[in-house]
Design a protein around this ligand. Structure first.
Ligand code: SF4
Length: 355
């Protein structure tokens, strides 16, 4: 049963507390969607839903973290180790440009032999050859890995990446709850280290984002704890452009016995994120992990971005999910959800409208 005081607060556009956010899990799904959709409308005063043409280039799957929830790294024992050569990376960027794309996401495992120098060479080489490509690349875990392997500070890593040509860094935050992190990714960064990287990026004028991987045995309270870390750091830094929640896909991981979260839970998470994260303008509907139909419904539950029309993706594919899409299909899906499709750049500026 919905609490009338809370309904009024949400409809008045006021900030809600973590305790109130927790209550939303018990709301009727349609009431929750209606409230989230109103917050979406009021936040940007627009019915636009954007997408970008981009490419993720996973340059290596060798990773010393070996997280239990990951199906991508070579130790997950279903895939052979690989390290892409610079020529292979160049070919992938060229193919993206031919497809009209503008953004490259270089991401890899935490390779035990790579120091900051390897990552800097990668950035410099791509930027020298393709200066107009926007590099939204690596992750806070990779930044901390670079610092550790080279014996330098996170600040020095970010400064060096920026001067090599990196434009921004995805947030890749998984679940910022140390109880869960200790169980599923004990060798990856902690919540505090993630926050430190975001603060450092902000100090050097480099934008980021935040994600949420839920369905790994956490409680609803811990889900709200995760959102609270993100809202607090956004209040402090104003550095997160977007928030992207997705459900954990257990297939081919060391956590295969976990029952995947339902589509209903996904819609609740999207709606609660929209209402609670009142300081983040873009909430992404995850068509890649949740499927195109559910992503389309999420556009009525507070989401207002479709992310990338990826010309390549291998991390999610490793879990057996193989959803693909293209511009025409995405435009259709957005229009049929009653929204206005736009192609955007990495800074969320509209570059083409399909109205
Ligand atoms: S999630 Fe990232 S850090 Fe963890 S094993 Fe996979 S590639 Fe490595």
């Amino acid at each position: 049963m919905e609490n009338k005081k809370l309904i009024k607060k949400i409809y008045a556009g006021k900030r809600i507390s973590p305790r109130e956010a927790l209550e939303l899990f018990d709301w009727d799904i349609l009431e929750l969607g209606k409230a989230a959709d109103l917050r979406r409308k009021n936040s940007l005063k627009s019915s636009q839903v954007g997408f970008i043409i981009d490419r993720i280039i996973n340059f290596t799957n060798v990773c010393e973290a070996a997280c239990k929830f990951c199906a991508f790294h070579a130790k997950a024992n279903r895939i052979e180790e690989y390290n892409l050569s610079m020529d292979e990376i160049f070919q992938k960027v060229e193919a993206l440009i031919e497809a009209g794309g503008s953004q490259v996401m270089l991401q890899g495992g935490l390779h035990p032999d790579y120091t900051a120098g390897n990552y800097l060479t990668l950035v410099k080489s791509v930027k020298d050859r393709f200066p107009f490509v926007y590099l939204h690349s690596f992750s806070p875990a990779e930044a901390v890995h670079m610092a550790r392997k080279s014996g330098i500070t996170i600040d020095e890593v970010i400064v060096a990446l920026k001067s090599a040509g990196l434009d921004s860094m995805p947030g890749a935050s998984d679940l910022l709850v140390d109880r869960i992190r200790k169980q599923v990714s004990p060798r990856k960064i902690t919540r505090d280290e993630w926050c430190e990287v975001i603060r450092t990026l902000a100090a050097h004028g480099m934008k980021s984002s935040a994600t949420m991987t839920y369905g790994m045995g956490e409680t609803n309270e811990e889900r709200i704890d995760h959102l609270t870390v993100i809202r607090d750091i956004q209040d402090e830094t104003k550095n997160l452009r977007a928030f992207i929640p997705w459900s954990f896909s257990p297939a081919n991981t060391l956590m295969e016995d976990i029952v995947p979260a339902t589509g209903m839970t996904y819609l609740k998470i999207v709606a609660i994120s929209r209402i609670f994260l009142d300081n983040i303008p873009y909430i992404q509907a995850g068509w890649l992990t949740e499927g195109l139909k559910l992503a389309q419904i999420a556009l009525s539950f507070g989401a207002n971005d479709m992310g990338g029309v990826l010309t390549e993706e291998v991390v999610v594919k490793a879990t057996g999910i193989n959803t693909r899409t293209n511009i025409d299909e995405l435009v259709d899906i957005i229009k049929n959800a009653g929204k206005d499709p736009v192609q955007r750049d990495s800074e969320y500026k509209v570059i083409r409208s399909f109205k």
